[in-house]
Write a new protein. Structure first.
Length: 383
């Protein structure tokens, strides 16, 4: 990943602040942090476990963090077909932050996603919405539909850009779920983790370098995204993510004047609370009865379970539940799925591993009829 080019003055201004924030945050990692946000949450991105929460279900405006959903839908559309978009007057008829596109410009749809994620371009969000759905209103319907699919029960989108509007709101809890889901899109994750990016224009033929508005990428080494936001009504909003030793966390603050510092404190607290856990399935040896086979049972082996993160000290609370049928019918093919291992913590499944047949078990040869047995018997008398 390319390093952002900064002037010496800016570099010396930022670095001491970064070290100061990080050192302060690390000292307080062991105790639950205090944050200045109106609402905040910290979750484990893989399990969804809530590690810290403050007014997490309060409905608040979320400014340009809205563009997480806008960019996700845009990138999903671009993955199927990444057309060159001709920018129109309607697309750029929007106030606020901009990536600087002009009517007549031509740019790939994915380039608009890059513009809205890097520099929070409202023009890019509007242009993408119209290009994908024909109008911003129709695109907003798709945003709300996807929100319902994700289980975001307290979120309502009115604009694709995040500009203030009546009925445009979310919660820290919902935005954390959205951020975690968006990071599963590899293209989205690659963009938000970069400090700068080169965006290609088709008309005029040019490349423009955009720097990421998310300063946390420079302030906190483990940061991998996601999106900043600000309006007078919403205040400073930030959805961020960090990853360390296989543990991925997502933090959200809404209306937070000290968001950079607060997110570092949240992450340090979270990483002190979580450890990676990968079930050891390599030594699992099981079997299941076989009906109608040449053998009475078939050996079963376990596949790999995904690594998850758990709260430190919970290792002894994890239970392994074997799910196998009472029997299987022959024929059984090697590698055939026959069951699963479920690893649970406090009654909730945190990891699963497939159980598959380790060998083939065939049906026995068909039994001969009475006539065939008599014929074989008579034939043997003359041999």
């Amino acid at each position: 990943m390319k390093k952002r080019i900064l002037s010496m003055l800016l570099a010396f201004a930022i670095l001491p602040a970064a070290f100061s924030l990080t050192a302060s945050a690390q000292q307080d990692a062991a105790k639950e942090p205090e944050v200045s946000a109106k609402a905040a949450i910290l979750i484990d991105a893989d399990s969804g476990a809530v590690l810290f929460a403050k007014n997490e279900t309060e409905k608040l405006p979320m400014a340009s963090t809205t563009k997480i959903m806008t960019a996700l839908l845009t990138l999903e559309a671009a993955a199927v077909h990444d057309p060159v978009v001709t920018i129109t007057d309607e697309m750029v008829r929007v106030e606020g932050s901009s990536m600087g596109i002009m009517p007549g410009n031509k740019i790939a749809l994915s380039g608009l996603a890059e513009g809205m994620l890097m520099v929070s371009g409202n023009d890019a969000a509007n242009a993408a919405a119209i290009a994908v759905a024909g109008s911003t209103q129709e695109f907003v319907k798709r945003m709300n539909s996807r929100a319902r699919e994700m289980g975001l029960k307290n979120t309502s989108f009115v604009t694709p850009s995040g500009l203030d509007a009546d009925g445009h709101y979310s919660t820290a809890e919902d935005m954390a779920v959205l951020g975690a889901q968006a990071l599963k899109n590899e293209k989205f994750a690659a963009i938000v983790s970069r400090k700068e990016i080169n965006v290609q224009f088709v008309n005029p033929v040019q490349t423009i370098r955009y720097g990421n508005h998310n300063r946390l990428l420079s302030l906190y080494p483990d940061c991998i995204g996601i999106k900043t936001g600000f309006t007078k009504k919403a205040g400073r909003c930030l959805v961020s993510a960090a990853e360390r030793d296989g543990v991925r966390l997502v933090a959200v603050t809404l209306r937070d004047p000290n968001d950079w510092d607060d997110h570092i404190k949240l992450f340090e607290y979270g990483f002190s609370e979580r450890i990676p856990f990968e079930p050891d399935t390599g030594k699992v040896r099981l079997s299941v009865p076989v009906a109608g086979g040449v053998k009475d049972s078939v050996a079963v082996t376990a596949g790999r379970a995904d690594e998850v993160s758990i709260r430190a000290g919970d290792e002894e609370k994890i239970k392994c539940v074997t799910e196998l049928p009472r029997f299987v019918y022959a024929p059984v093919r090697e590698g055939e799925l026959v069951g699963s291992l479920r690893y649970t913590l406090n009654g909730k499944t945190i990891a699963e591993a497939p159980l598959t047949a380790a060998e083939n078990v065939q049906n026995p040869p068909p039994r001969k009829s009475l006539f065939q047995r008599i014929r074989d018997r008579i034939g043997s008398l003359f041999r």
